[in-house]
Design a binder for this molecule. Sequence first.
Ligand code: SAM
Length: 268
Amino acid sequence: MKIDILTIFPDFFRGPLDYGIVRRARESGLATIEVHDLRTFAHDRHRTVDDRPFGGGEGMVLKPEPIFECIEGLNIQGRAERLAPGAKQSVVLLSAQGRPFDQSVAEELAALERIVLICGRYEGVDERVGQHLADRELSIGDYVLSGGELGAAVILDTVTRLIPGALGNEASARQESFSAGTAVQPGGADSTCASGGLLDYPHYTRPADFRGMQVPEVLVSGNHEEIRRWRRRTALEKTWRNRPDLLDGAALGDEDRELLARITGKEN
Ligand code: SAM
């Protein structure tokens, strides 16, 4: 996958690109990530990328020219092609007014061959970028950031770990919070617990006794069926407690519904 990032602060990405899974994906060639400095595409002496808003009002707005010029130099498909069914490229504008970015959007993006992320700044980006250049606007949450760089880093990280081969253990992406998957039924081949749209179950590691805080006994029992059941129950409990909205869309089996009835009965 190729990912291009357009920003006026290219150095911002030194951290996000140089650690962990993103770094490994770059080094192994699974992801090619390029950061483009928008100031390079400003042609005046001061490399100006912003201007005052038409109609008056507070702050400055990122000008359209550097963004259009940069993208035109990237050999990206036209907007109409990118909006057509089966398109393999996307130009994303980071925006607080965008569609919410979540795991299903991340999965959609991870299936593409190329993504361009445009980071806004100031009061935002000239609207023509969203209307005529980008094919989608994404928001990483209902709050206002100073710039799109943090949002781009979030998307970059989330999408990269979904590229097949980016995680050492393929199963871990399927089991994580929010991943669709299907619930593993009792006696299923998999001894672990697929998320099925629930939050992840709790994880523990050595030491089994840390300052008197014990690891749940079932996890050291060696009984795989009991462990699977415990993980499913605790995932359901966590989801019920922290994100009950997810339960409606979760893939729940008979065993889950039984466990959930017990959990909700207990907590009501
Ligand atoms: N005036 C805009 C508004 O009220 O929606 C906020 C502009 S914000 C200060 C500057 C830039 O940060 C935006 O152009 C966008 O690229 C980025 N940004 C801010 N909040 C964001 C969010 N929740 N998700 C994604 N990008 C965001």
